[in-house]
Design a protein around this ligand. Structure first.
Ligand code: FMN
Length: 309
């Protein structure tokens, strides 16, 4: 049996990326109810809001779900306490090194899978007690590293013995099968689920993904050590200007997060931050979560069975 499914008690090894402001109860519950792992994006949530979001997921489904913690979040310690007291079964982490929280998660029986962009960090995370690694390539939406998924995944698979989940650039059964061939035991998707029927995201943002091609995204913020991939618009120009003007990392982060909220809630596609991955070019229609997952399983199974040359 697939180690990710066995460890987490889920039917299909397909994760919803924990996207700040996007991976909220309606989407999280839809992915978990369809057999995948829905993950709440807690970035920017107060501890009270996170507790309420967890309850909202539990009201919609009794299946397994997770919480993504952004390690740079000002509320991080309080959010960790909420996750512990609510007995959330799975945690993923972004933007940093979660080593200091690993022991308390392990003691509480919470499975932890850090998102990592490089082999050395994957090794460190395994040594610190990670139950699995989410290897995220630079083609992903949001905060990204430098290495592509096809290059990163097999190298992390060889470097660690815990199961690896591939993220970045996967949106259908072909990408799922490719990730399995690289040695991953599951996949995490952000952009594909953002453009789903259930995503609580303004239609303008979803339509910008449908209209995008493979060259529509830009990475800004490298000079701050915080590269972010978004669909190019006036906001990306502002990001570039911030870099030229030598603004601080905090100013850049405020602009990025405030911009994401404008895109998600108000549909501001001009000066909002349209975080999305390069695979947006493949996505031609918004689809229900269940249909997305069914296609992935059917196509991947077919390709993996027929894969011999
Ligand atoms: C709008 C958006 C917001 C995101 N926010 C977060 C976040 O808060 N924490 C995190 O670990 N990853 C975040 N990500 C990354 C996703 O969880 C996921 O790993 C990534 O989208 C996978 O690549 P894909 O977009 O090519 O599917 C975000 C991605 C997007 C598109």
């Amino acid at each position: 049996m697939n180690r990710i499914c066995e460890m987490l008690g889920i039917r299909y090894p397909i994760f919803l990326g924990g996207m700040a402001h996007v991976s909220r109860a309606p989407l999280v519950a839809a992915v978990s109810a369809a057999g995948g792992l829905g993950i709440i994006g807690s970035g920017g949530m107060s501890p009270e809001d996170l507790r309420e979001e967890i309850s909202a997921v539990r009201r919609k489904t009794d299946t397994v779900f997770g919480v993504n913690l952004l390690l740079l979040d000002p509320y991080i310690d309080e959010q960790v306490n909420v996750v512990l007291s609510e007995h959330v079964p799975v945690v993923t982490t972004g933007a940093g090194n979660p080593a200091k929280y690993m022991e308390c998660f392990a003691k509480a029986g919470i499975k932890i899978l850090p998102v990592v962009p490089a082999v050395a960090l994957a090794r460190r995370m395994e040594r610190a007690g990670a139950d699995g690694i989410i290897a995220e390539g630079t083609e992903a939406g949001g905060h990204v590293g430098e290495v592509t998924t096809i290059v990163l995944v097999p190298q992390i698979v060889d470097a660690v013995s815990v199961p690896v989940v591939a993220a970045g650039g996967i949106a259908d059964g072909r990408g799922f099968a490719a990730a399995i061939m690289l040695g991953a035991e599951g996949v995490q998707m952000g952009t594909r689920f953002l453009a789903s029927v259930e995503a609580p995201v303004h239609d303008n943002f979803k339509n910008a993904i449908l209209a995008a091609n493979e060259r529509s995204t830009r990475v800004t913020g490298r000079s701050f050590g915080a590269p972010v991939r978004t669909i190019a618009n006036q906001m990306t120009k502002r990001f570039v200007n911030y870099e030229k003007e030598g603004r601080s990392f905090e100013e850049f982060e405020d602009l990025a997060v405030g911009g994401l909220q404008r895109a998600v809630y108000e549909g501001d596609v001009t000066s909002g931050s349209l975080m999305a991955g390069q695979i947006a070019g493949l996505i031609a229609e918004t689809r229900p979560v269940e249909a997305i997952i069914k296609e992935m399983i059917t196509t991947a199974n077919k390709l993996l069975r027929e894969g011999a040359l």
